[in-house]
Design a protein around this ligand. Structure first.
Ligand code: SF4
Length: 384
């Protein structure tokens, strides 16, 4: 038996056999649960720049940006990006009018660049179709590029006080423990039922604070590995802590293993400048810039084959190749082995529209992916 079913069987062998989806909190329990959660939140919430607190009122545009940045990214990482981004684009109109390369450059380092493109496109839709106002309803928010049910619920409730539920990873974990949900949390049927549960529980008054409180509880108290049940404001409602070890929940179906791929990078130098190429307009890191990169070369390729690949692509001949670094980069679906060679260009003229020369220290306006930024800083370190 694999790990998830075994954990499920162990948990089910000693818990009270009720189906939490058919038996959520009673009205009185739900009321007490919300009251305790909100009281805790108002006392312990973190001071985040997009939150209405400490004299700041809510700014729907800021909520939109924060929600885009927070997808798959920790709060501490997002804060400096949020400040830089809102300084550069203080209004939704400014973002809608911005050049995409500038948007990507300001996003650089946050990863998952599709979010930046979607946010940019969402700003254009808001200006074009919604008179420059971030929509209030979930239905209208779902018309914005990159906005799914979670983001729509978060923006509607936090920015506008619309009664709408949210279910993200934190909420899933808190609900799984509170209601002792032993079905795999990432199975589509479980997700659907979690949404119904969340919709039942979200209050009419202060839905934004309630949703943020649930997520904050998951992020700071009901944490994945060691939940701090001894300080939890809703411990008395929690079946997980009463009937099992909460850290064994939620149960997840095993994810598909990321694919192993290889990218060979050539730092090709001429007169102190390096050759950069732009990635295609679709796919991973679309439209961003990079040092010439041979993706998924044949196994056991030779240095000669690498030089020929370079010559075919750019029309120039390389001198001797030097291996300069070797590292792994993880994306959601791929484990990418980056191997970087440095070489001088020996002869030839660059084929038209295949690349541009840049000094390594003048790249602030060139959007590059995280592994390319890492490569560039390694090159800078070895050349200085
Ligand atoms: Fe999570 Fe523990 Fe609170 Fe239950 S009591 S919600 S497991 S932190």
């Amino acid at each position: 038996m694999s790990t998830a079913p075994r954990r499920k069987a162990i948990i089910e062998s000693f818990v009270t056999q009720t189906n939490p989806f058919d038996n959520p909190l009673s009205d009185a329990d739900a009321k007490a649960f919300r009251r305790r959660l909100l009281a805790w939140y108002h006392k312990h919430r973190r001071d985040l720049p997009w939150r209405a607190m400490n004299g700041r009122s809510v700014n729907p545009y800021h909520v939109l940006i924060s929600e885009a940045m927070l997808q798959q990214t920790q709060v501490a990482t997002v804060i400096p990006y949020f400040h830089r981004f809102t300084e550069a684009f203080p209004t939704v109109d400014a973002l809608a009018e911005a050049d995409e390369q500038r948007v990507l450059t300001l996003w650089q380092g946050l990863g998952y660049y599709r979010r930046a493109r979607n946010l940019h496109a969402a700003a254009k839709t808001i200006v074009g179709d919604f008179d420059g106002e971030v929509p209030m309803s979930v239905d209208d928010l779902l018309k914005l590029p990159g906005v799914g049910p979670y983001t729509a619920g978060a923006i509607a409730s936090i920015a506008h006080g619309t009664r709408a539920a949210v279910v993200d990873g934190n909420v899933e974990r808190v609900f799984a423990r509170l209601m002792l949900i032993t079905d795999p949390i990432n199975a589509p049927a479980t997700k659907k039922r979690l949404w119904s549960l969340a919709e039942e529980l979200v209050p009419k008054s202060s839905p934004g604070d309630y949703n943020q409180a649930l997520m904050e509880l998951g992020a700071t108290v009901c944490t994945p590995k060691v939940p701090k049940c001894f300080v939890c404001p809703v411990r008395e409602h929690c079946r997980g802590v009463q009937e099992t070890n909460p850290e064994t929940l939620p149960i997840k179906l095993a994810k598909k293993k990321p694919k192993d791929v290889t990218h060979i990078v050539i730092a090709a130098e001429r007169n102190g400048k390096y050759l950069f190429e732009q990635r295609p307009a679709v796919g991973l890191w679309s439209n961003m810039w990079q040092l010439p990169t041979w993706e998924e070369p044949p196994k056991n390729f030779s240095q000669q084959a690498l030089c020929e690949w370079f010559e075919n692509r750019f029309g120039m001949l390389l001198g001797k190749l030097h291996l300069t670094s070797d590292f792994k980069h993880q994306t959601t679906h791929r484990t990418i082995q980056f191997t970087v060679f440095e070489a001088s260009v020996r002869s030839g003229r660059m084929k038209r529209n295949t690349g541009k020369w840049h000094g390594l220290k003048q790249l602030e306006h060139l959007p590059v992916s995280n592994p390319q930024a890492r490569t560039i800083s390694l090159l800078n370190a070895t050349s200085s």
